[in-house]
Design a protein around this ligand. Structure first.
Ligand SMILES: O=C(O)CCC(=O)C(=O)O
Ligand SMILES: [Fe+2]
Length: 304
């Protein structure tokens, strides 16, 4: 089993989350993000930043203790780490750094283009929609742990509620209707398009979204016009919060209540490039029917 080794390290790691679970969850729900430190991070043990996917496998075995501690922090926070069929070769931890041959892609392993505001894995069901029995849902959380930073390259967060407060009732109504199509993001190996989905969904008086600048579009002129207004507002830099991440710092945010971005940069591919580790999380453990191989792994979600 691919993630078995780092999951077993996670099981025996203690004190990976430096704040209490209660405080973490309260802040996550109220602010939509939490910045925290991983005590097990040690800059001296770091390898070079990977430049090819195969090197990433080597790094995972070399830095297994760090990977295990990172997963352990998720369990302590009450979050269930997940990985999606067709993405990241089944590895729970993704290396967010420029990878040769992906540098032109608009993806977490690209670099040369701005990665505009988006929700990750927006083609899957979001909170407030009827859950698929077979397919995993859109991740509730995304966590990025900074291993190597680069001045001038930022992850920025935008809060959904602030964006909606700038849209008219008519646009909000249009965005809530199932008149949009969603392309599966470039990080997946298989392409797919889902039609007839809303961009925003309300549950218990809270809004959730699947907005993705690059992969969502309207199926009618009216739908496209409202989405275009939302796209325009997401580019107002006053609404962006640049997450201040030093090596060893992590940010966990609500994937469907915020959007995230990263600006373009020129990769060097010399082992010193910017490097983050990303983990998707679920607030509750997925049901067995959504798992790809339930006998093998309790974290691998079906997407096809
Ligand atoms: O590189 C970043 O800061 C974020 C990239 C991203 O969108 C992701 O990892 O999902
Ligand atoms: Fe992303």
């Amino acid at each position: 089993m691919k993630n078995g080794f780092i999951l077993s390290i996670a099981d025996r790691t203690k004190d990976a989350l430096s704040i209490s679970t209660e405080k973490f969850r309260k802040q996550l729900d109220e602010e939509c993000f939490v910045i925290w430190k991983l005590p097990q991070f040690n800059a001296e043990e770091l390898t070079q930043t990977p430049v090819t996917p195969s090197y990433a496998n080597y790094v995972e075995s070399k830095n297994a203790e760090l990977h295990g501690a990172y997963l352990s922090a998720h369990f302590q926070a009450g979050l269930w780490p997940v990985v999606y069929q067709g993405e990241n070769d089944g590895h729970l931890i993704r290396h967010v750094c420029p990878i040769m041959q992906s540098e032109e892609k608009i993806s977490s392993q690209g670099a040369k283009h701005d990665f505009y505001p988006h929700v990750d894995n927006p083609d899957l069901h979001i909170t407030g929609e009827i859950a698929s029995h077979r397919l995993g849902g859109c991740p509730d959380t995304l966590t990025l742990l900074c291993l190597r930073k680069e001045d001038g390259v930022n992850t920025s967060l935008l809060k959904l509620d602030e964006i909606l407060s700038k849209l008219s009732e008519k646009d909000i109504d249009n965005l809530s209707r199932p008149i949009f199509k969603v392309k599966r993001p470039a990080s997946f190996s298989e392409e797919s398009i889902v039609e007839g989905l809303p961009i925003i969904v309300k549950k218990d008086n809270v809004w959730y979204t699947r907005f993705d600048w690059h992969n969502t579009s309207g199926m009618t002129l009216e739908a496209e016009a409202s989405l275009e207004k939302m796209r325009f507002i997401t580019l107002e830099h006053d609404l962006w919060f640049n997450v201040p991440l030093e090596p060893g710092d992590a940010v966990t945010f609500l994937n469907q209540r915020t959007m995230h971005t990263r600006n373009a940069f020129e990769p060097r591919f010399d082992g010193t490039d910017r490097w983050l580790l990303r983990v998707f999380g679920m607030k509750t453990r997925p049901v067995e029917s959504q798992l790809l191989e339930p006998l093998n792994c309790l974290h691998h979600l079906r997407t096809l």
